[in-house]
Design a protein around this ligand. Structure first.
Ligand code: GDP
Ligand code: MG
Length: 436
């Protein structure tokens, strides 16, 4: 979706035919905006833009693509590469029990991820994990892990409020004695970087030498991500990153900043509070999310200048309630023509990139409009009235044929289906503003 939308913006740029300083600069301005929208750190954004610029300017222009397509590809590829290229799996090959230590600020999602990862390893990697409750500073934290562990049937080792380094050591020994092959240590966090905490984590690490130390960050962390990640990295040399709360509005720019600053791959993302709401991190998807969101913002701005406020609200309601009819279809079609290609508009909405958008193109739209205009208002309200003889009349009136009329009706059904999806995405995003 990123590719389509950025591409279409770029197609309209002046100076087609070569990658000029000017059209490169134009597209990089878009990228910079998308990055800052996504909370990528300033320095990382600057470096990224610089790298893309160098790559783009050094490039021969391919005759088969437009400069726009070419630069979009450069941007996308660079972003995927910076983000780590491929998905990282946890290293579990060591002598069991293999240790995984969760570290990060308070509230970042360590306890939740400990449970999620244990469940993931049991179901996807056929492991037998033990959870160790070593956050002794908040009594509720032990309870929280116990409740989570119980809900997924994974045992939790705890000693109440003891010494966290000893608990971790004992947890390891317990796992070894009782045939667990993975042991996941949930540790305490602080609201800010704290010397005492860092020392304690270092001691714990040196006591059990975990194979993986996973730094957990809240995807909403924004510009601070860099400092926090850098400090944890300097002190603990973490081996992987987990990004929580990707189900919210976060655009995930922290992922890019943390990866770029530490070079450590991102392993997992959290997409909800429940133990099964975890996904492997996919660099290409994240690239689209980071860039794509910037486009949605510009789409909304663009759309708002064309669709008046009331019309937009009305449409949103109809989409959400699934009462969108052929009359609305016609009205939107006319609005969308002012906005640009329908495919681009729909392609901008996250989550819709897998739909068969290619079926609706600009040429088609001329027929669609003709067919819709030849229907009576009653037919547009109640498309199931349209029988064979009505179809023939509509075809004649619009200068098309029955097959074309059928096709329009089918496209309408597909569009409704699409809007149903937009509706549910918008509901999830709570306050998302679909513009059709
Ligand atoms: P910790 O202090 O680092 O252990 O953080 P917690 O695991 O206790 O998480 C803090 C809060 O964020 C809790 O209310 C979790 O339920 C919530 N949380 C954690 N991960 C996610 C996630 O991926 N999505 C959502 N929506 N909430 C999350
Ligand atoms: Mg916790």
């Amino acid at each position: 979706q990123l590719t389509d939308s950025l591409e279409s913006t770029l197609k309209n740029l002046r100076g087609q035919g070569t990658l000029t300083e000017e059209n490169v600069a134009d597209s990089l301005r878009e990228v910079r905006r998308a990055f800052l929208e996504a909370d990528v750190s300033f320095n990382v954004t600057r470096d990224f833009v610089k790298a893309v610029k160098e790559k783009a300017m050094g490039k021969e222009v391919l005759t088969s693509v437009t400069p726009g397509q070419q630069i979009v590809k450069i941007i996308h590829d660079e972003l995927v590469q910076v983000m780590g290229g491929e998905t990282k799996e946890l290293a579990l090959a060591g002598k069991p029990p293999v240790g995984i230590m969760m570290v990060g600020l308070q509230g970042s999602g360590k306890t939740t991820f400990a449970a999620k990862i244990s469940l993931y390893l049991r179901s996807k990697r056929k492991k037998k994990p033990l959870l160790v409750a070593a956050d002794v500073y908040r009594p509720a934290a032990i309870k929280q892990l116990q409740v989570l562990g119980k809900s997924i049937g994974i045992p939790v080792y705890d000693e109440g409020e003891g010494n966290p380094v000893e608990i971790i050591q004992h947890g390891y020994e317990y796992a070894e004695k009782n045939g667990f092959d993975v042991v996941i240590y949930d540790t305490a966090g602080r609201l800010q970087i704290d010397e005492k905490l860092m020392q304690e984590l270092e001691k714990a690490r040196d006591a059990v030498h975990p194979e993986e130390i996973l730094f957990v960050a809240d995807a909403m962390i924004g510009q601070e991500a860099v400092n926090v990640a850098q400090t944890f990295f300097e002190r603990l040399n973490f081996t992987g990153v987990c990004l929580s709360k990707m189900d919210g509005d976060a655009r995930g720019g922290a992922a890019l900043s943390i990866k770029k600053i530490t070079g450590v791959p991102i392993c997992f993302i959290g997409v909800g509070e429940k133990p099964n709401e975890i996904d492997l991190f996919h660099p290409d998807r994240m690239a689209s999310r980071i860039l794509g969101m910037g486009d949605v913002v510009s789409l909304v701005e663009k759309a708002q200048s064309v669709i008046d406020e009331r019309d937009a609200k009305d449409l949103k309601k109809k989409i959400l309630n699934n009462t969108f009819d052929l009359d609305d279809f016609l009205r939107q079609l006319r609005t969308i023509k002012k906005l640009g290609r329908l495919k681009d508009i729909l392609g901008l909405i996250p989550g819709l990139n897998k739909l068969p958008l290619d079926k609706i193109n600009e040429k088609e739209m001329v027929y669609v409009e003709a067919v819709l205009s030849s229907m009576t208002p009653k037919e547009r309200k109640h498309p199931n009235l349209i029988n064979g003889s009505r179809k023939a009349r509509i075809a004649k009136g619009s200068g098309t044929d029955a097959a074309r009329v059928n096709q329009v009706l089918r496209q309408f059904e597909e569009m409704k289906e699409m809007f149903k999806k937009i509706g549910s995405i918008a509901k999830k995003q709570n306050g998302g503003n679909p513009v059709g």
